[in-house]
Design a protein around this ligand. Structure first.
Ligand SMILES: Cc1cc2nc3c(=O)[nH]c(=O)nc-3n(C[C@H](O)[C@H](O)[C@H](O)COP(=O)(O)O)c2cc1C
Length: 145
């Protein structure tokens, strides 16, 4: 899930799978955001975004943030991070980022950004939420190797 603050300071966000690490030194990541989304406008205007890695139990949050819910953060536990970006309290890991390059790509923009701050959950049992063949999935309990 990618979050940002809009021009009124309100949190916005969307479910995203187009998220990737780019560079270790300096620490850079990228997200591809549809130009028609509210989150795109907020990232473009503020020059910042946060990445929130959702856990397997966060499926309802992923579903909500993939739609057009008028207040996606209503009833959710979230906080402002060290760099002022909205972070989901339950996230397995978060990154707060500052955009360095915005590359137009079809109907999306690739926002390449420097990681300013990051957190990782200390819940070692946390499992990520996955998206495969058009549905949410979770990692199997057993190691198949
Ligand atoms: C599994 C999944 C992955 C998605 N990945 C992306 C993505 O990487 N980039 C994107 O712009 N939209 C992606 N979407 C679509 C957005 O979540 C959706 O358009 C959202 O409603 C936009 O919200 P907004 O207008 O409030 O910003 C994805 C949707 C799903 C279900």
């Amino acid at each position: 899930m990618v979050t940002a603050s809009d021009q009124d300071g309100a949190p916005v966000g969307l479910t995203a799978t187009s998220v990737c690490s780019v560079s270790l030194d300096p620490p850079l990541v990228l997200v591809c955001i549809g130009t028609g989304s509210r989150t795109h406008d907020a990232i473009e205007a503020s020059g910042r975004y946060a990445i929130n890695v959702l856990g397997a139990r966060d499926r309802p949050i992923s579903e909500r943030f993939a739609g057009s819910h008028p207040d996606k953060f209503d009833g959710l536990s979230w906080e402002s991070g060290r760099r002022g970006l909205p972070l989901l309290s339950d996230a397995i890991a978060t990154c707060e980022c500052e955009v360095e390059q915005a590359v137009p790509a079809g109907d999306h923009t690739i926002f390449i950004a420097r990681v300013l701050a990051a957190t990782a959950s200390d819940h070692t049992g946390s499992r990520p939420l996955l998206w495969y063949r058009g549905a949410h999935r979770r990692l199997a309990e057993e190691d198949a190797t």
